[in-house]
Design a protein around this ligand. Sequence first.
Ligand code: ATP
Length: 259
Amino acid sequence: MNKENTITPVFPAGEADEVIIRIKDLRKRFGDNRVLNGFNMELHQGENLVVMGKSGSGKTVMIKCLVGLMQPDSGSIEVMGKDITKLDRKALDLLRADIGFLFQGSALYDSMTVRENLEFPLRRHKERFKDRADTETLVLEALKNVGLSHTTELMPAELSGGMKRRVALARTLIMNPRIILYDEPTSGLDPITAKEIIELMRIIQARYRTSALIITHDVDCARVISDRMILLVDGINYAEGTYSELQRSADPQVKAFFK
Ligand SMILES: Nc1ncnc2c1ncn2[C@@H]1O[C@H](COP(=O)(O)OP(=O)(O)OP(=O)(O)O)[C@@H](O)[C@H]1O
C-alpha cells in the first residue's frame, strides 16, 4: 500500500506482529440460522484489516460478539490478551474504553454542539483522562486532526454527511483508542466524500498507529485502506490475503467480491 511517510506518529508503535484481537472458532446461530460456523481472525498491531461479506453474512454479529454485546455459542475472543467472553461488566467496560467505534449513521447527539459532542466521552471516562491535557485542548486537537477546527460551535444539523462522519471520527480519536472498529465507514456518502473519509482513515492509522478492523462492502475502500482482507462466506473466514492477492484468485466465490 502506498503509505504516507511524511506523517509523524504521535504514539510509539507497538510490536508489529503483536496480535491485538484473536478470534478462534467463533460460532453463533439463531435457531436454524447458523450465522458463524467457526470464524477465525487475527488483527495485528498497526494493521488495517478489512472484513468483507455479503449482506446477511454475519459481519455485524461478529462485531457484536467482539465487543461483548452478543454472547457467542462457542469460540474464544481475545482482545489485547483478555478473553472478553469471560470478563465481568466492569472489566468489559474498561476494555471497551480502548476501542473506538465508527458505526453507520455516525450517531452524533443532535441537541449538542460539535464541541459538546466531543466533550461527552471525555466526561464519561473522567478517570481515564485525568492526566491528559485540558478538555478544550483535546477537543481542538481532535477536530484539527480531521480538518474541522472551525466547527466547534456548530450543531450537527449544520454539517454535511461527510463532516458529520469526520466529527464522529474526532469523537472516537479523542479517546485515544488502540483499536478502531469501522462499520461501513463510507456508506451513504458520495464517491468524493467517501474518498476523503478513506484518506482520513489512512492518515489516522499512520499518525496514531491504531489497529483497525473495517467492515465494508465498498471494494474501492478495501483496495485503498486494507493491509489485509478476510472474506466472510458461509460463516467462516473463507479467504484471506492482500487486496491484490484476493483479486487474482480464480475461486468463483472470491471473484464475486471484485465484480
Ligand atoms: N438478534 C438476532 N436474532 C435473530 N437473528 C439475527 C439477530 N441478529 C442477526 N441475525 C441474523 O444473522 C444473520 C447475519 O446478520 P448480520 O446483521 O450480522 O449481517 P451483516 O453481514 O452485517 O449484513 P449487512 O451487510 O446487510 O449489514 C442474518 O440472517 C440476521 O437475520
